[in-house]
Design a protein around this ligand. Structure first.
Ligand code: FES
Ligand SMILES: [Fe+2]
Length: 443
C-alpha cells in the first residue's frame, strides 16, 4: 500500500526529514513536570533525534536546550543548575531558561560581548503535569497546545504513565488505532460465552470481526468498530488520531473515558509513550470485564514494571521485560488457552508485538486487509499533511485552531440498530457536553 520511499518519509524523524520537520511544528510532550526539580539535576532528553538537556531554575521555570553549550559545545548536562540559570562546567558561561547568556566569566573584556551568545533554547510550556517543547520554525510565535481533554482538563487529577518503547513511533502509534487486535492479542484467551453481558464492552470480546468505519477529520482521523449488541442495538467503539502524534483511545464508556496517548519519537528507533488517563486518577477505575459467576477477567490491566531510570539519553521509563528476556513469555500458559500470548497485561502484550516487528516495519512486506482501514487512512493523512507542509508551509487546521481537538474522545456506546456511526457519536457527545460537536469542520 505504501512504497519503500513513503515508508522512509513517514518513519524518519531527524532534523531535515519530511516527518521530522512536520512534527517540530507542534508542541510535543518531553517529560513529566515532576522529573525536573528547582535547582535540581539537569535531565538528558532525546526528542525527534535531538539530544536535549532540561532543567528547572530557582524560580521554577523550565529550560529545554540543545545540550551543547554555544561556546565550544561541551554538554550542558554536566553544568551547574544554580541561581536562575545553568552554568557550563567548561568555562562558566551561564544561560537562563530562555537561552539568554547571563555571564561569560572567562572573558577579560566583557564589554566586547555585551549580549553574550545564546544557547539553543526551545519554547516550553507546562500543562497537566507535563512539560511540552516547541522545536519548530516560529519560536517567537508558536501555536497553542492542542485542546485535547486529557491535556487541558483542570486540576492535577491525572494519571500519567511514561514508557520507553524500542521501536519506531509509527508502528507503536498504529498499535493504538488497530482495534482489530483487541480480541486476539489482549482477550483471545477469554471464553466469551462465560462473560457477564451487563458490561457492553463484552461485545468487543464476543465479536472478533467488527465492521470498521473510518473518516478523515479536521484534526486527523477517526474510526469506529461496529458490532451487534443487545436486541435491536449496536455497540460502537470510537477512537481518534490527532496531529501529529496523539491518539484518544477507547477503554470504557464514552461518557467517562478521558484518555490519550502521545507517541513521541525519541529517535527513528525508539518512542516515549505518554499515557494520560483522567478517569483512573479520579478513582473511577476502568470497569472490569466480569464472568457471569462474578469473578473478574484477570490480569488485563496489569501495569508494567520499570527499571530504575538512568541519566542516559534513552535511560528513562524502560520496562524490565523486553526482547532480551522474551517479555517473560509463559509458553505453558499460552498453550493451555487461558492466555492468548503467555504475556502478562495489556501494555506488555502491545510492547512485545510492536517491538517484535523490528525497529522500523518494512511496510513493503505487509498485506493489509479491510480490518486495517484506520491504519491505511491515517498513514495517508499523515503523509499528505507532512508533504503539504514541506511544499507550502501550510499546516493542518488543528495546528492553528487547537480547539478542533476538544471533542475527539475515545470510548464505547450502545446505539439503536442502524444508527449512522458519526451521527451516534455526535448525539452522545451532545448529551455529555451540552453542545453538538462538529468534528469534520475544517473551516
Ligand atoms: S564550552 Fe561552555 S563555557 Fe565554554
Ligand atoms: Fe493493544
Amino acid at each position: 500500500m505504501i512504497t519503500a520511499e513513503e515508508n522512509i518519509e513517514l518513519t524518519r524523524v531527524g532534523r531535515g526529514t519530511l516527518m521530522g520537520n512536520f512534527f517540530r511544528q507542534f508542541w510535543l510532550p518531553v517529560c513529566l513536570s515532576s522529573e525536573l526539580k528547582a535547582d535540581g539535576d539537569p535531565v538528558r532528553l532525546m526528542i525527534v533525534g535531538e539530544k536535549l538537556v532540561a532543567f528547572r531554575d530557582t524560580e521554577g521555570r523550565v529550560g529545554v536546550f540543545d545540550h551543547r553549550c554555544p561556546h565550544r559545545c561541551a554538554s550542558l548536562f554536566f553544568g551547574r543548575n544554580e541561581l536562575g540559570g545553568i552554568r557550563c562546567a567548561y568555562h562558566g558561561w551561564k544561560f537562563d531558561v530562555t537561552g539568554k547568556c547571563l555571564d561569560q566569566p572567562n572573558l577579560e573584556d566583557k564589554s566586547k560581548y555585551p549580549a553574550g551568545t545564546p544557547a539553543i533554547a526551545y519554547r516550553v510550556k507546562e500543562q497537566g503535569g507535563m512539560v511540552f517543547a516547541y522545536m519548530g520554525e516560529h519560536q517567537e510565535n508558536p501555536p497553542e497546545l492542542p485542546h485535547l481533554e486529557a491535556i487541558m482538563a483542570e486540576g492535577d487529577d491525572r494519571n500519567i504513565v511514561l514508557t520507553h518503547r524500542d521501536c519506531n513511533y509509527l508502528q507503536a502509534l498504529e498499535g493504538d488505532i488497530d482495534t482489530s487486535h483487541l480480541g486476539f492479542l489482549h482477550v483471545g484467551g477469554v471464553d466469551s460465552e462465560k462473560l457477564d453481558l451487563n458490561d457492553p464492552e463484552v461485545f468487543t470480546v464476543k465479536e472478533k470481526a467488527p465492521k470498521i468505519n473510518v473518516s478523515e477529520m479536521a484534526y486527523g482521523t477517526m474510526y469506529s468498530a461496529q458490532r451487534d449488541a443487545y436486541e435491536g442495538t449496536e455497540h460502537q467503539r470510537y477512537a481518534h488520531y490527532i496531529f501529529p502524534i496523539w491518539v484518544s483511545y477507547p477503554s470504557g464508556d464514552l461518557d467517562t473515558n478521558i484518555t490519550a496517548n502521545a507517541w513521541v519519537p525519541i529517535d527513528d528507533h525508539s518512542t516515549m509513550i505518554f499515557n494520560i488517563d483522567l478517569r483512573r486518577a479520579s478513582g473511577g477505575g476502568k470497569k472490569k470485564l466480569m464472568y457471569k459467576d462474578g469473578t473478574p477477567v484477570g490480569g488485563l490491566a496489569r501495569p508494567l514494571e520499570y527499571l530504575p531510570n538512568t541519566t542516559d539519553w534513552k535511560g528513562r521509563w524502560r520496562p524490565t521485560k523486553d526482547l532480551t528476556n522474551d517479555y517473560a513469555i509463559d509458553r505453558e500458559w499460552q498453550r493451555n488457552g487461558d492466555s492468548y500470548t503467555g504475556i502478562v497485561g495489556v501494555p506488555l502484550q502491545d510492547q512485545m508485538i510492536q517491538e517484535s516487528m523490528g525497529p522500523i516495519v518494512d511496510r513493503e512486506m505487509e498485506h493489509l486487509a479491510a480490518s486495517d482501514r484506520m491504519v491505511i487512512l491515517t498513514r495517508r493523512v499523515m503523509l499528505d499533511a507532512a508533504r503539504k507542509y514541506a511544499a507550502t508551509g501550510e499546516l493542518p487546521p488543528v495546528a492553528h485552531r487547537p480547539e478542533l481537538a476538544k471533542d475527539a474522545r475515545g470510548g464505547d456506546i450502545i446505539v439503536p440498530y442502524g444508527t449512522e456511526w458519526l451521527e451516534g457519536y455526535e448525539e452522545k457527545m451532545a448529551e455529555i457536553k451540552g453542545y453538538r460537536p462538529n468534528l469534520s469542520a475544517a473551516e
